[in-house]
Design a protein around this ligand. Structure first.
Ligand code: APR
Ligand code: PHB
Length: 393
């Protein structure tokens, strides 16, 4: 087989890239390890920046988002059992964010791919195993893989490594080329999906002596909640009533606000890490999304950062195929990393602002509360939070 751009992975990075390339008339093929059902049911986060929502509409995959997405003009920060609203529309030039689960985004993107007009030039192969990249530092890279029991070869001009943190693309780069920057956090998030109407019409980020808590949602019937726990927390020790008890405590306010409880339909623990590799390109291999960087979920940036990367990559490939110009591609890594590090800073900052660190001493705890007080009482500070949260240019 031959294509122009071989894309490894059908996550947000790979699927958005393929549709961006389709719009530029550039052919691509996606090789995905799992089944369609698996990627369309994988529970992940669910917050879209202003620009990500705009892009979904531009690509013609925004109908369900328009009907089912929950537009939010702000968030609430809670500490010392008091609520403080950050008004995005007022502080970030009318911009807002939208709650729409990542797996719903995947469903919309996959559905667009399976339309004849797209499928013809952008095959999406599921259950491709043993994907291996070859000659990535030459002008004729190729990919080999197993599919339907036979060994296949895909020749291409470029490879987009969109296969996430645990994929093979990053590890295909020769030793010594990449520099890794990382920070692990001494805690994780215990996340639940519950059949309970959300107890707030906007997200609530709570700082509490007992640890962080987040109230989010998926629909008027389904709540999504998280609480800070140990990185290797044993879920067996968390029966539903203990989870609700802890959430009630951490989200409580002086005015007696109460969290509506309901049956927990899904729960899981996720670790927290910040991770970046530099550069995000080697030869004809371009890394995008989680294959190059991971952010802790406190800033809700993972999906949106993957989308930002592939917009830059699509622009570079577009210039290459339309004029032969290689400068945008040559600047791909530097262009992405400038934004990646700003988003890494914001995600780290939100994490250190709102979580209890086991080795914090009383001075640190007071300083943290003073920072929360500053952020919620200074226009300059709350505006900085708002412009980062709705999405940097
Ligand atoms: N071969 C083919 N496909 C692979 C391989 C492989 N060896 N390894 C992983 N994949 C697929 C995964 O099954 C997944 O569908 O690559 C895809 C990578 O998708 P994501 O992990 O979602 O990464 P990305 O597209 O960069 O999106 C980042 O996803 O994980 C969230 O929080 C993260 O929101 C962020 C977003
Ligand atoms: C979510 O809705 O899953 C969500 C929202 C905001 C975050 C993280 C996760 O910061």
């Amino acid at each position: 087989m031959r294509t122009q751009v071989a894309i490894i992975g059908a996550g947000p990075a790979g699927l958005f890239l393929s549709l961006l390339l389709d719009r530029l008339g550039i052919h691509s093929a996606i090789l995905e390890l799992h089944t369609r059902q698996y990627i369309e049911e994988r529970v992940r986060a669910g917050l879209l920046e202003h620009a990500t929502v705009q892009l979904m509409h531009e690509l013609g995959v925004g109908d369900r988002l328009k009907r089912q997405g929950l537009e939010h003009g702000g968030i609430e920060l809670r500490f010392n059992n008091r609520a403080h609203r950050i008004d995005f529309r007022e502080l970030a030039n009318g911009k807002c964010v939208t709650i729409y689960a990542q797996h719903e985004v995947i469903k919309d993107l996959v559905a667009a791919h399976l339309q004849e007009s797209v499928a013809a030039n952008h095959p999406l192969l599921f259950e491709t195993t043993d994907v291996q990249l070859h000659a990535i530092d030459s002008a004729n890279p190729y990919v080999t893989f197993q599919h339907n029991g036979s060994t296949e070869r895909l020749d291409c001009d470029f490879i987009a490594g969109c296969d996430g943190f645990h994929g093979i693309s990053r590890t295909s780069v020769p030793q010594g080329v990449l520099t890794t920057y990382e920070r692990d956090y001494p805690f994780g998030w215990l996340g639940i999906l519950a059949q309970a109407p959300p107890s707030s019409h906007e997200l609530i980020y709570a700082h509490h002596d007992r640890g962080f808590a987040l109230l989010s949602m998926r629909s008027p019937e389904i709540s999504r909640l998280y609480l800070q726990c140990a990185p290797d927390e044993n879920l067996a020790l968390w029966p539903d009533d203990r989870i609700w008890h802890e959430l009630q405590k951490r989200l409580a306010t002086h005015d007696g606000w109460k969290l509506t409880e309901g049956p927990v339909v899904q729960k899981g623990v996720t670790g927290m890490r910040s991770f970046v590799v530099e550069p995000m390109q080697f030869g004809r291999l371009y890394l995008a999304g989680d294959s190059a960087h991971i952010v802790p979920p406190t800033g809700a940036k993972g999906l949106n950062l993957a989308v930002a990367d592939v917009r830059v990559l699509a622009a570079g490939l577009g210039a290459f195929y339309s004029t032969g110009a290689t400068d945008l591609l040559a600047q791909y890594s530097a262009t992405c990393l400038r934004r990646v590090w700003k988003v890494q800073r914001f995600s780290w900052w939100m994490t250190q602002l709102l979580h209890r660190f086991p080795d914090d001493n009383p001075f640190d705890q007071r300083r943290q509360l003073a920072e929360l007080d500053y952020v919620t009482s200074s226009r300059a500070a709350s505006q900085s939070l708002a412009e980062n949260y709705v999405g940097l240019p």
